[in-house]
Design a protein around this ligand. Structure first.
Ligand code: PEP
Ligand code: MG
Length: 833
């Protein structure tokens, strides 16, 4: 008696390649015939074929039957019933989690223009424009030029061989893939193993086509079926078919003829589901202007590389929506996290102003490229870069790095199927040495394990990876791996200034064991007469709190320390650095943490050794005064932060910073420390309220949005505010309540805000009037006064100005002024400042 399972499809995206491959796999485990019947489309197919299942066009809420007939129908019925009830609902889990909470609000100067945008998570800043292209996209219609067909048998054997080879390759890839990739690869394998897929290829070859042409026609055949489906999602799954067919073509005709990324000759923004670091490296950087990825996080290696090449990058991008804009010009905003398309002239102008701002800032900071980091009172602090691959070294030095403070080598072991050889590592380190030109590089031995898995090492997953089997703790098991790395570093040390640093050290036992290993490797190199730096310094990451209490003992054995604030914060405060639920507790401004840092630096210096910091805390501009107060020898950070840090450092005095740190360590809460820092910034230097730097004569600004943006951006350039968009928002909030146009062509936008560090009166004399609320305005005086220090100054200046503007003489003198200096003098006199 045949069996029937009656059910409703509850998958939001219907039966596409991934769920179909799960169904097919189960069905193929039974001898009975199993058919899938979609009652809505009335299509009945063999459930043992992925492509047939996809062709049923089964969508959400479709009523379906599974019809089972044969000798093991009872077992098949039970298994499939369990599958439909318990497993099918989870076959289609979202590949990407939404990170809405990390989306930066749009500035009004952009949102008021109603731009066409798609939001995503920004992981590498900057703005880029170019033509949108997709990697992995193959246009089937353009792929039909082939040599004449040989015999049918020959072509069939070519196709069959390619099919078998690719099946093997994908099976191997599945073994070492992440869960997400595994699902995708399994779906691809299922297509290749599907009898109806090869049948199609065979049929086309029988019509005297080459294997290649037959594969293309097969791809077209199945793609059309999917495209005719009622589901947008299923339509997009043609990518799976195309992907598999492309790989088959590459097997037969070589990768050059069927490259996955088109040759580009103009500025291009690439979109891709995901991109491996090696694929990224292959892209032509001359024309690659921006990168949009569906997958990938802030610390994924492709993203780390994109940062080092300064390529504005977004992740979590909805590729399905974006595909509609392929071959069109788009902008990528890596600061706000958006892609803008169908650009209106106003939106284009917004981005011109942004580019202008970036260019001005870069120009200003350029003076610091070759200067060493130093405070205003002459205390030198080395400003170094963190890198994850040697190819980043050159751009780090170009960005002003004095040295490499952290070379995270684990990336050299990731995204591949086997470990790098000693030669490969040696060459990589020599490449970095060449870029360094006698500047120091601290190479951290691999920090593999825990949250940084390397599949081929088969380290089992753990419940608590950060407290688990990682870094130095795995070296004894993977001794050859560790020794090979040490040999490569030592050999490279013959050519430049290298230092070795060991991650996650928590005891003296580990320090002593490492020293013994290092001594043995040195001895074997001596025996082999291979040169290396005999005095290569050995240091440890200071990131496990136990080390804070044995610094004296460590100082007897090692040469330096680098504080890993990312891990030290999580271990000292017992708060997982990756757990969103506890992020509010993950705060390096916690006074206990600051006291810990102070203890470390004082003790290390007491024993005459060197200490730097290389966690994210070191790149946070807002905490720089605390780091200066600590008296660290070096700050190591991602390269794009270096110039801004040197510029800020040059304005700080070590003694003021020390007083600040002492106050911060006596605070009871992190919030108090934040307030202290905010206040400290305001009090710095006590700049005059009016300066010609923020007086702009006849700029090319055409609207209220552009004026407010231009004036707040100028405050950033003048180093009076760090977050101009936040300051502009405070200005707009007041404009929302009432327009500040006061008549006579004058407007006085104003705010008392925490986002202005130095209270300022800025002025803009416009060449032509613009609309400001209901009025026309051609002279703008903007008051931005600091919330904490201004007291009642805000209202006093505002009312004084409003009164003066009533006088024609005052207005005329301002309107007739042709230089910033003239306006500065008039305002200073009239306002008695
Ligand atoms: C740190 O812990 O601060 C650090 C720099 O190491 P990682 O982020 O690689 O763990
Ligand atoms: Mg660490």
């Amino acid at each position: 008696m045949a069996k029937k399972i009656v059910f409703t499809c509850i998958l939001p995206n219907g039966i596409h390649a991934r769920p179909a491959s799960n169904i097919e796999k189960i069905c193929n485990g039974f001898i009975s015939t199993i058919q899938w019947h979609n009652l809505r489309t009335n299509i009945i197919v063999d459930a043992k074929s992925v492509l047939s299942l996809i062709s049923t066009n089964t969508l959400l809420n479709d009523k379906c039957h599974l019809l089972i007939n044969g000798q093991d129908e009872e077992q098949a019925y039970i298994r499939l019933n369990t599958f439909i009830e318990n497993e099918l609902p989870f076959c289609d889990e979202e590949l990407i989690a939404n990170n809405d909470e990390e989306i930066t609000p749009l500035p009004r100067s952009l949102s008021n223009l109603n731009p066409h945008i798609i939001r995503a998570k920004a992981v590498c800043g900057g703005i880029a424009s170019g033509i949108l292209k997709q990697i992995d996209y193959i246009d089937l219609n353009k792929l039909d030029a082939f040599l004449p067909a040989e015999s049918i048998e020959k072509e069939q054997s070519i196709a069959k061989n390619a099919l078998t080879k690719l099946q093997k390759i994908i099976s191997l890839q599945i073994d070492c893939a992440s869960e997400t990739s595994k699902d995708i690869l399994s779906a691809h394998l299922a297509i290749l193993e599907d009898p109806s897929f090869y049948e199609q290829i065979e049929q086309h070859i029988e019509q005297n086509l080459t294997a290649g042409a037959a594969i293309i026609n097969t791809a077209k055949f199945f793609s059309e079926q999917l495209i005719n489906s009622g589901s947008e999602y299923l339509k997009e799954r043609t990518l799976d078919i195309r992907d598999v067919c492309l790989q088959l073509l590459q097997q037969i005709y070589g990768e050059n003829k069927f490259s996955t990324h088109p040759k580009i000759t103009e500025p291009t923004i690439y979109i891709a589901e995901e991109l491996t670091p090696s694929q990224f490296l292959e892209l032509d950087k001359k024309h690659l202007k921006g990168l949009l990825l569906a997958q990938g996080g802030t610390t994924s290696h492709t993203v780390i590389l994109a940062r080092s090449f300064n390529i504005p990058t977004l992740v979590g991008v909805n590729i399905d929506i974006l595909k509609k804009h392929i071959d069109q010009k788009v902008k990528v905003d890596g600061d706000l996290g958006l892609i803008a398309y169908n650009l209106s002239p106003e939106v284009q102008r917004y981005y011109q102003l942004e580019s202008h701002l970036h260019a001005q800032l870069t120009e200003k900071q350029k003076t610091f490229i070759n200067t060493p980091g130093a405070t205003v009172d002459g205390i030198k602090i080395e400003i170094a870069a963190n890198i994850a691959h040697s190819i980043e070294a050159q751009s780090a030095f170009n960005n002003g790095a004095q040295s490499i403070g952290l070379f995270r080598t684990e990336m050299l072991y990731m995204d591949r199927h086997h470990e790098p050889s000693e030669d490969e590592l040696y060459n990589t380190f020599c490449q970095a040495i060449e870029a360094a030109k006698q500047r120091t590089i601290i190479i951290r031995t691999f920090d593999i394990g825990g949250d940084k898995p390397v599949n081929y090492l088969n380290i089992p997953r753990e419940n608590n990876p950060f407290l688990g089997y990682r870094a130095v703790r795995i070296y004894q098991e993977f001794l050859t791996l560790f020794r090979t790395q040490l040999r490569a570093i030592l050999k490279a040390s013959a050519h430049g200034k290298l230092k070795i640093m060991i991650p996650m050290i928590s005891s003296m036992e580990e320090v002593l064991w490492i020293k013994e290993e290092l001594a043995n490797i040195k001895q074997s190199l001596r025996n082999e007469k291979i040169p290396f730096d005999e005095k290569i310094p050995l240091g440890i990451m200071l990131e496990v709190p136990s080390i804070m209490f044995i610094i004296d003992q460590c100082c007897e054995e090692i040469d330096f320390f680098s504080i890993g604030s990312n891990d030290l914060t999580q271990y000292l405060l017992a708060v997982d650095r990756d757990n969103a639920k506890v992020t509010k507790h993950y705060n390096s401004l916690n006074p206990a943490f600051l006291r810990g840092l102070d203890h470390i630096v004082k003790t290390v210096h007491h024993y005459g050794k060197w200490v730097g910091i290389c966690g994210e805390f070191a790149s946070k501009g807002s905490v720089l005064p605390l780091l200066v107060g600590l008296g660290l020898d070096e700050l190591s950070m991602s390269a794009p932060n270096i110039l801004a840090t040197k510029a800020r450092l040059a304005k700080l005095s070590r003694s003021d910073c020390r007083i600040l740190l002492n106050k911060a360590m006596n605070c009871q809460t992190s919030l108090e420390v934040e307030h202290l820092l905010a206040q400290f910034r305001m009090e710095q230097g006590d700049l005059p309220l009016i300066t010609s730097e923020t007086i702009t004569i006849e700029p090319d600004w055409l609207s209220k949005e552009e004026v407010i943006k231009g004036m707040t951006d100028n405050l950033l350039i003048a180093a009076r505010c760090r977050y101009p968009q936040k300051l502009a928002e405070d200005i707009w909030l007041r404009e929302d309540v009432f327009s500040t146009a006061l008549g006579f062509g004058f407007a006085i936008p104003h705010t008392k805000s925490e986002h202005i560090e130095q209270s300022t009166i800025s002025v803009t004399k416009l060449p032509c009037p613009i609309t400001w609320g209901d009025e026309e305005v051609s002279f703008v005086i903007m008051l931005t006064l600091n919330k904490h220090t201004a007291g009642d100054q805000h209202m006093r200046i505002f009312s004084k100005l409003a009164r003066r503007i009533m006088h024609e003489e005052f207005r005329t003198s301002l309107v007739n002024s042709s230089t910033a200096a003239e306006i500065e003098t008039i305002l200073k006199q009239e306002l008695e400042i």
